[in-house]
Design a protein around this ligand. Structure first.
Ligand code: NAP
Length: 678
């Protein structure tokens, strides 16, 4: 049976499987499926994304897309056991499968939640505040993100058939850009399974998600401005594909990386940090049989501790049970294929030939537990034993260049912090480096030296040793990617990743025009005064609706009452001489918080009504001090309205400005309220 693709709104399989790649069970060599795209209409798929997919996603706001992402996450959660079962055939234990499957589902949940909390319920995203470009405020500028008009073509690595495509799909979907997923051949059947699960729900907007199960010949020639290539895989494939990508098409790449983990000089054997370091090293060596782009390829430890680290690691590795993940008790499966096993062994040989000493493990084919529980050799399975290869500080370049993509790590000794940093940097740019130390000055000295060479740095100390998510786990909240050899790209990182699929444009115009094109009120744009805006539910409230208050005098008695009532008797409010000696105040002045409280008293409409709650202030600035006898007034203008998709209310951001009797700006801030829809 040839693995289907899902293109142009329908499932598709080639007429025959001539020339198809055969995908086999990693433990037994049994055939699982065949992969071929002979005869597929890739141009049609691309056009379907650009037309149908763009239209269906373009009809939704960020929040509506975010709600769908949560539904997708729920569907996959209900069916994750099926994905674990398929992953076992690729060599994954349940722990390995959870990294990929639950990790991918977690990305969907996180982007759903961030989309609803951090993006507006709209289609544009505003970046930073408006800039005033003319003295009288009639000419403004602002950065605005709009979604790209094309398709995202994802090319994925074999080792994360669920998490890999989903960590790109979630932000692209949220941005409103359709995705075409091309999984790597050896695990394409796992990607096909989750795509099918989502398609079966009927919830995926037409054209928003397509799947090409196999090669994509000629596709790159059809790409154009507005499309994106999001690649994950080896550096050599990245270079070849980048060269094929037409000018103007965004090319994001996440490639292999010779990640490092540094043990601090304080973390000697017997300390909790030493134990945490070894535990982490052990996890990174064996999880997914070392087939993680973020795995530790170089453990950089004080020269005096090299033997101790090797011994501690050896003690742990004796407990590893290598075998078919279908057998009870197996803790490490095979790598994905025999070809991959041979590739790993070639990498190990390069390390040994360059002078490395096999300190732990063996390069011989291991005895393994078979699916039926018997132990012995398994020539058709892609099994590799964990290997640790030791080097001194003068480790040859090969150590910093060869990624043996399996359970393999090099152990390198160092003497000084500078030497440790230099060794990290010789990786040529990494996805992640972890540093295990309780010595905060060592960590502080290291960060500026290794930061430029890493996409992520994790400090492991005795405080977070138990709670850390680990060296090898990118989290959706933080960026994943790395400079140089690691591909130079960036993924995840919350809303940052959504913006990779949008174009930032500096938009200039009058306040009226910026208000009209962004849907957010800008100072100087038209306002409407009349019925108190706190009487209006979202169905009637409009941006620009304003309440302008009358004046209120601020007396010395007010200041003293407030000071004694709150306990804030800071000298600037209480002591005329001391206040006058302060460079900012003419004498005693009102508390900023008193002014904000008076302002609320001036603008509020007290009766029960559509406004449910005040949930905060943002961007509060006190500008001109208020002296006893000054009079203040406030203007409150509806600035941004964000109805919630799944509630009967929404958020209203109000522009608040307090001025004194001379029209000087006293304070400005945003008031955040929750308001009913009806
Ligand atoms: P790979 O051999 O470079 O393949 C990656 C993808 O490129 C596969 O989908 C492959 O498809 C495709 N591909 C190859 N030639 C192509 C062509 N001419 N046109 C279009 N697509 C083409 O990498 P891999 O062996 O799958 O994955 C392992 C590597 O990925 C490791 O080096 C690992 O470090 C890296 N990786 C990096 C990250 C990261 O986030 N930085 C994450 C995971 C993995 P086929 O399989 O169909 O050939």
């Amino acid at each position: 049976m040839t693995l289907p693709s899902f293109v142009s709104g329908a499932w598709w399989t080639p007429a025959d499987d001539a020339g198809a790649a055969v995908v086999r069970d990693a433990s037994t060599g049994d055939e699982i499926t065949r992969v071929s795209t002979a005869g597929i209409d890739l141009g049609g798929a691309l056009e379907y994304a650009r037309t149908v997919g763009q239209r269906s996603l373009g009809g939704l706001t960020f929040h509506q897309r975010a709600v769908l992402l949560k539904r997708f996450a729920q569907v996959l959660t209900e069916r994750k056991a099926e994905l674990y079962a398929l992953s076992a055939r690729a060599g994954s234990t349940t722990r390995d499968a959870m990294i990929d499957v639950d990790g991918g589902i977690g990305v969907l949940f996180t982007y759903s939640s961030k989309g609803r909390r951090e993006l507006p319920n709209a289609q544009l995203y505003l970046d930073g505040p408006a800039e005033t470009l003319s003295k009288d405020g009639t000419f403004l500028g602002r950065h605005v993100y709009t979604r790209l008009p094309g398709a995202v073509v994802q090319i994925n690595a074999f080792n994360f058939p669920v998490w890999g495509p989903l960590e790109k799909f979630a932000p692209a979907f949220l941005a409103g850009v359709p995705t075409i997923v091309k999984p790597a051949t050896p695990t394409a059947y796992i990607t096909e399974a989750w795509v099918r699960m989502l398609v079966e729900t009927g919830l995926v907007p037409d054209g928003a998600l397509q799947l090409v199960s196999g090669a994509v010949p000629g596709l790159f020639d059809l790409l154009r401005l507005g499309d994106v290539v999001a690649f994950t895989g080896s550096a050599s494939t990245a270079a070849a594909l980048k060269a094929q990508t037409p000018d103007g098409v965004r090319f994001m790449s996440e490639t292999d990386s010779i990640n490092a983990s540094v043990l601090g000089p304080d973390a000697t054997p017997g300390t909790p940090v030493f134990d945490a370091f070894v535990r982490q090293l052990m996890v990174e060596l064996t999880a997914k049989t070392g087939q993680k782009c973020t795995a530790i390829r170089r453990a950089i430890v004080p020269a005096a501790s090299v033997a101790d680290v090797a011994a501690a690691l050896e003690a742990k590795l004796t407990k590893v049970v290598i075998g078919d993940p279908h057998a009870e008790g197996v803790t490490m499966g095979p790598v994905v294929s025999l070809a991959q096993r041979d590739e790993v062994m070639r990498g190990v040989r390069k390390l040994v030939d360059a002078g490395g000493e096999v300190m732990v493990g063996s390069t011989a084919a291991p005895e393994v537990m078979r699916a039926d529980g018997t132990v012995g050799s398994a020539p058709d399975g892609a099994f590799v034993a964990p290997v640790v290869v030791g080097f001194g500080p003068d480790a040859p370049d090969v150590v910093h260049e060869v990624e043996a993509f399996g359970p393999v790590t090099a152990l390198i000794g160092y003497d000084t912090v500078e030497e440790a940093a230099e060794l990290v940097g010789r990786g040529g740019g990494s996805l992640v480096t972890s540093v295990a130390t309780d010595d905060r000055s060592f960590a502080a000295a290291l960060l500026p030296l290794i930061g430029p060479y890493n996409g992520r740095v994790l400090f492991l100390d005795s405080v977070d040793a138990r709670t850390s998510t680990g060296h090898g786990s990118p989290v959706p909240h933080l960026v994943h990617g790395g400079p140089g050899r690691a591909g130079g790209g960036e993924e995840l990182g919350g809303v940052r990743a959504v913006l990779h699929f949008m174009q930032r444009t500096a938009v200039q115009g009058s306040p009226q025009m910026l208000t009209a094109v962004t849907g957010v009120w800008h100072p100087g744009a038209d306002v409407s005064e009349g019925e108190h805006p706190f009487r209006k539910p979202l169905s009637r409230l409009r941006i620009g609706d304003r309440i302008a208050s009358g004046e209120r005098e601020v007396t010395l008695e007010d200041i003293e009452t407030f000071a004694h009532f709150t306990g804030d008797t800071f000298y600037a409010h209480m002591d005329e001489a001391a206040a006058a000696a302060n460079p900012f105040f003419p004498g005693r002045v009102a508390h900023g918080y008193l002014l904000v409280s008076f302002a609320a008293g001036l603008f509020v409409d007290p009766d029960p009504g559509p406004v449910l709650a005040n949930y905060g202030l943002e961007n509060l600035r006190f500008v001109t001090p208020v002296s006893p006898g000054d009079r203040i007034r406030v203007e409150l203008t509806a600035k941004q309205i964000t109805p919630r998709e799944t509630d009967d209310y929404g958020e209203v951001r109000w522009d608040a400005v307090i001025r004194n009797q001379n029209d000087d700006l006293v304070a400005s801030y945003d008031v955040l309220t929750l308001v009913t829809k009806e």
